[in-house]
Design a protein around this ligand. Structure first.
Ligand code: GH3
Ligand code: MG
Ligand code: MG
Ligand code: MG
Length: 320
């Protein structure tokens, strides 16, 4: 129940994205140039879903791109300016919108139209005149599949304990960003972050407090990164990484120091720590600059070595 969910994640500053939709109604976008059709559909669906309406393909694209994408789209085909096939193609070109299930709802009742629509990637194809009960049942089934897929996607990309990106997600992003940095001739920085004397923290306060500390640190790291392209991830254990595209070493060192301060400012007691009375981190900085390109392995190795230096020279500091 919601109550259990609330207790389990009580200390969690943000809801688990896997469950984020529990209280929110799913959103259905209806795209049809006929006001009569949109009205009928809206009246029959608005008890169960939040309804968005677009009376043209262009309008549909602007709705999808200006807010959170809907969970499913009912899409007419024959419309002025841009037909439904074109709308689907555009949505499938973008990472952000390519997984929204689309059901064609159309008066084109020829087999070749249906075959074409399904081959373009529509999840279903319903011809007009439609039976409202069947449309409803199909939407319900497709939405169930979609939310199952969303849950799976989150569990492959998100670390269970801390709710930030996991190692798999980080590896994927790092490979992409290395390619992009080469293509664009830009810098790419990577931070390797390790909590200082965390074994002592666990020994003093117990593993449950340890887990709580990891969640707080993860949340603070993620929140301290201000640009949407930056990524904070849990590398494993008490180690975290940040990926900073288009960031040179000087700038990366600045960000690393901001993160270091953000963690001290959490004021999580670690009273026997030789470093400070609070939980602290050490950070290793590695940069692949536009002149001196690095590979995946080189960046990680450099960041690791820098982290080791930060540890050896006293902890609660950054090193490049
Ligand atoms: P250093 O300053 O050199 O990094 O010392 P440290 O004690 O942090 O390093 P060490 O690698 O010896 O200890 C890491 C500790 O992190 C040991 C392990 O029990 C703890 N740890 C790793 N993963 C988790 C976790 O998921 N939850 C909790 N509570 N502790 C964890
Ligand atoms: Mg039409
Ligand atoms: Mg460690
Ligand atoms: Mg450590």
């Amino acid at each position: 129940s919601d109550r259990e969910f609330g207790n389990k994640f009580k200390s969690e500053p943000q809801p688990n994205p896997a469950n984020a939709n529990l209280n929110n109604r799913q959103r259905v976008l209806i795209v049809d140039d006929s006001l009569f059709n949109t009205k009928i559909l809206e009246q029959n669906l608005n008890k169960d879903y939040d309804i968005l309406i677009a009376n043209s393909g262009i309008r549909a694209l602007s709705i999808v791109n200006s807010s959170d994408p809907p969970d499913i789209i009912l899409l007419d085909i024959i419309m002025p300016e841009m037909n439904g096939y074109e709308v689907l193609k555009k949505l499938h070109q973008e990472q952000r919108t390519k997984d929204i299930p689309i059901i064609f709802l159309t008066s084109l009742d020829q087999a070749e139209n249906e075959e074409y629509g399904l081959n373009l990637g529509a999840i279903d194809y319903i011809t007009k005149p439609f039976n409202v009960a069947i449309v409803k049942a199909k939407i319900k089934n497709h939405l169930a599949t979609k939310s199952y897929q969303d849950t799976l996607k989150i569990s492959t990309d998100v670390d269970q304990l801390t709710n930030i990106a996991n190692r798999r997600r980080f590896d994927e992003m790092l490979s992409n960003e290395i390619k992009r940095a080469k293509r664009m001739n830009s810098c790419l920085s990577l931070l390797m972050i390790d909590i200082d004397h965390f074994k002592m923290f666990n020994d003093t306060y117990g593993h449950l407090e340890g887990d709580e500390c990891l969640r707080k640190v993860a949340f603070a790291l993620k929140n301290s990164l201000k640009r949407p392209a930056d990524l904070a991830a849990r590398w494993g254990g008490e180690e975290f990484t940040c990926l900073l595209p288009d960031t040179d070493e000087k700038e990366a060192a600045k960000i690393a120091d901001l993160l270091r301060k953000a963690i001290i400012n959490l004021k999580i007691p670690n009273e026997f720590s030789p470093v400070k009375q609070f939980v602290t981190i050490s950070v290793g900085v590695a940069t692949s600059d536009s002149a001196n390109k690095s590979t995946y392995k080189m960046l990680l190795k450099h960041a690791d070595e820098a982290l080791y230096k930060a540890k050896a020279s006293g902890r609660n500091r950054i090193s490049a």
